[in-house]
Design a protein around this ligand. Structure first.
Ligand code: XIL
Length: 377
């Protein structure tokens, strides 16, 4: 099945909404909050909270106490980088160990962080994104559709049930589209069930925890008005038309190739919001490669990186339904890019908001200042 594509014109014509600046009654979270004043001495977490959005980070496996302390100081939302993935909890189907996922949950709750659950159904990376034997078992099953229906139902029920009422948002589906294409990925799930697996996972998650916000999370490549972005909007639109319980769309925002145009990303977020969905930028990092053009002009790496983060955060702040931004890692000392081919060839990428000493970088200050100003550069 090919998702119906929303015409490019729609993206181009949707105006971006400025953040609301009305001068209603003064309260602690309104525009007069001290953290929203110019020059305020507040952390990113405090500033985001005052602005009414989340500023989060993904927590890697086995973090040091210092890293967790920095997380607690600077961020107000946590995603497990790996610990809650299907293949991380169940390397083979039905043989599961929730120790790491439980440890992440305990830390995040103890630190009073908002929790994004990542991720229930992901077709990439067998043994990590999903159990290593899932594809073989599905192929061998008499009825692959029923086999996969049961496997997804059992897994989603187990995970969402285990953390019911504690995970605020779930990335129920991760990367449903082909990596560099604009059709549904022919994943282990799709091969067994066609597009029905999407609705099934969302429906089961909603039944098990009706209060959790359910997201579909996608990597939209670099041109945010390109074919893949349009296919993502089309897919979200179709899911909503079919009555699937979906509340939000995650745009990963790994910047590997280039920095997006502010207008294109703003329009994409507005288009998704116009469907009636919340949006979050769920996995931000800025690889060296994405900055190549600016660096050729002699610009400082960290200033160029700050500007790239600025584009992402400004686009989010332009849309009231954009409820948060999350970086894919806490600090430059532990980024997946440094060990992930082909990006490892350019390591270290130093792609995050805190440096290897866990200190704020120029990008941190840019993001904090944009959150304080409501998006005015
Ligand atoms: C990555 C982790 O960061 C790595 O540590 C792991 O080896 C592979 O997965 N998109 C996603 C994330 O949705 O789950 C991926 O995380 C990065 C790309």
């Amino acid at each position: 099945m090919l998702p119906t594509l929303i015409p490019a014109l729609l993206l181009a014509t949707l105006a971006c909404q400025p953040p609301s600046q009305d001068s209603g009654p003064v309260d602690d979270t309104g525009p007069s909050h001290p953290c929203l004043q110019a020059g305020a001495d507040c952390t990113l977490a405090e500033t985001a909270t005052a602005r009414g959005v989340h500023a989060g980070a993904a927590v890697p496996n086995g973090p040091s106490d210092e890293r967790l302390a920095a997380m607690t100081t600077h961020f107000d939302s946590a995603t497990a980088e790996n610990a809650m993935k299907w293949g991380a909890t169940c390397p083979t189907l039905g043989s599961c160990d929730y120790t790491q996922a439980d440890a992440f949950m305990d830390f995040a709750e103890g630190a009073r962080l908002r929790i994004r659950g990542h991720t229930l159904v992901w077709g990439q990376s067998p043994g990590h994104g999903h159990p290593g034997d899932l594809a073989t078992l599905a192929e061998q099953a008499d009825d692959p559709y029923t086999f996969m229906e049961q496997a997804i139902t059992d897994h989603v029920t187990a995970m969402v049930g285990r953390y019911r009422g504690r995970v605020e948002s779930w990335d129920v589906i991760n990367e449903p589209l082909a990596p560099f294409g604009s059709t549904l990925d022919e994943s282990v799930f799709y091969n067994a069930m066609g597009p029905d697996y999407l609705d099934l996972a969302l429906r089961v998650a909603h039944q098990v925890d009706p209060n959790a916000r359910l997201f579909v999370n996608e990597y939209v490549v670099s041109d945010y008005d390109g074919d893949k972005a349009l296919a993502f909007v089309g897919l979200l639109d179709e899911l909503m038309a079919r009555g699937a319980p979906i509340h939000g769309a995650g745009i990963q925002a790994h910047l590997y190739l280039e920095v997006p145009e502010l207008d294109a990303l703003t329009a994409l977020i507005a288009t998704i919001a116009a469907l009636g969905l919340d949006v979050e930028l769920t996995e931000m990092d800025v690889a060296k490669l994405a900055l190549q053009e600016q660096l050729d002009d002699g610009e400082d790496l960290f200033e160029a990186q700050a500007a790239a983060y600025g584009v992402l955060v400004q686009a989010c702040l332009a849309e009231p339904r954009c409820t948060g931004v999350t970086t894919w890692g806490i600090d430059d000392g532990d980024s997946w890019l440094d060990s992930m081919p082909p990006y490892d060839a350019m390591a270290p990428h130093l792609p995050l908001l805190l440096d290897t000493d866990l200190q704020p970088k120029p990008a941190y200050h840019t993001v904090r200042e944009l959150l304080a100003s409501g998006g005015e550069a």
